[in-house]
Design a protein around this ligand. Structure first.
Ligand SMILES: NC(=O)c1ccc[n+]([C@@H]2O[C@H](COP(=O)([O-])OP(=O)(O)OC[C@H]3O[C@@H](n4cnc5c(N)ncnc54)[C@H](OP(=O)(O)O)[C@@H]3O)[C@@H](O)[C@H]2O)c1
Length: 329
């Protein structure tokens, strides 16, 4: 629970102290910031964990600037962690009329949600339906909006047979459900142990690995019309190119030079990728509505206390347990 120092409410924040593996994560403290005029402060009840969180401090993206350190002694260039959460509004800015103090909300997009409190623009906040648990609410959005973008980019819908690579991942589980709800037949790849779950969600599961193209042909003799790559492997790219004739109906949410050269759609925030900001924003209320109505399931793999974020990241990198990891302050 949050501390008080000199009567100031303090927020615990998990931050990487330098680039590296999950051991570099530390629990630091800072005063809870005030809300901007158009913003809110939210007491976090659940923060979704995503692979981007550990990639951000892995050293893959940026070099550390050791010369500029903040009050916690951490290089100011180190990334904040936590891109989605759910919680209770504790303060609103002077210009905010869309939410009230005490409202239960979902916050996305946001930064630094691995914390007791987070600030966000009011536009990032949607009401949390009472039927949706905190863990589900805190981990619905990043994967849900990405999956919605992938469906939009590939035009996947009724009459299509869609191949989804990484169907048992956070994004894949959402993409399966959105595609089947749109009337598509879905073939999804996953480790064998996750096939029962994929079947429950309406997909025809196939194992990835050598022989994948033939297994997909057997599962879908009618042919594949669109493909969504959430796995990022060479195999996922090769099999998509082999089976889906129209490259404009193949989308990948993972980047690679080969993907960039292949003429497929690259979705995300890297160079040459389409961030799909408007599409993703527009998808948020519909995702909440479907999750509230239980027509969209947010599969939770495991929850960890906020202070155990490093363990959550170690688990996430090693595990093939399907579903989301969540941090609970
Ligand atoms: N571009 C964007 O906007 C965006 C947004 C969200 C995520 N991403 C990226 O997309 C990727 C997936 O994200 P996520 O949250 O779904 O990750 P995740 O929950 O960790 O899921 C990873 C998936 O990869 C599968 N997988 C593991 N090894 C594989 C292999 N050798 N061949 C084929 N599939 C394999 C896993 O299947 P099993 O567990 O069944 O083995 C699982 O379905 C990550 O790289 C993430 O950073 C991008």
């Amino acid at each position: 629970m949050p501390d008080r120092i000199n009567n100031e409410v303090m927020s615990r924040i998990v931050r990487p102290t330098t680039y590296g593996t999950p051991e570099v994560l530390a629990l630091t403290e800072a005063p809870v910031p005030s809300a901007a005029a158009d913003g809110v402060v939210v007491e976090v009840r659940a923060a979704g964990v995503n692979p981007i969180d550990w990639k951000l401090y892995s050293g893959a993206f940026h070099a550390v600037d050791e010369d500029h350190k903040d009050a916690a002694g951490i290089a100011a260039s180190m990334p904040s962690l936590g891109l989605e959460c759910a919680g209770v509004v504790t303060e609103i800015g002077a210009d905010v009329t869309s939410v009230q103090v005490g409202d239960e909300v979902i916050v996305y997009p946001v930064t630094a949600a691995y914390a007791d409190y987070v600030t966000a623009p009011a536009t990032a906040v949607l009401a949390k339906p009472a039927t949706l648990g905190w863990a589900e609410a805190g981990s619905l959005m990043l994967c849900g909006t990405t999956a919605a973008h992938a469906l939009h980019a590939t035009g996947a819908g009724a009459g299509d047979t869609v191949l989804i690579h990484g169907g048992s991942g956070g994004v894949g589980l959402m993409a399966i459900q959105l595609a089947t709800a749109a009337g598509a037949t879905v073939i999804a790849t996953a480790a064998e142990r996750n096939h029962a779950l994929l079947r429950e969600l309406g997909a025809i599961p196939v194992a990835y690995g050598p022989g994948l193209a033939d297994r997909v042909r057997t599962a879908a003799p009618q042919g594949v019309t669109a493909a969504i790559d959430c796995a990022g492997t060479g195999e996922a790219l090769d099999v998509s190119l082999e089976l889906a004739a129209d490259r404009t109906r193949i989308a990948s949410i993972t980047g690679s030079p080969r993907r960039a050269e292949a003429g497929i759609k690259l979705l995300g925030y890297g160079p040459g990728q389409d961030a799909g900001t408007d599409i993703r924003n527009a998808a948020r209320p519909t995702l909440v509505e479907h999750a509230a109505a239980k027509t969209l399931r947010v599969v939770i793999a495991k929850s960890f206390p906020l202070a155990e974020a490093a363990a959550a990241h170690t688990f996430g990198q090693a595990s093939h347990t399907p579903g989301k990891l969540v941090l609970i302050p």
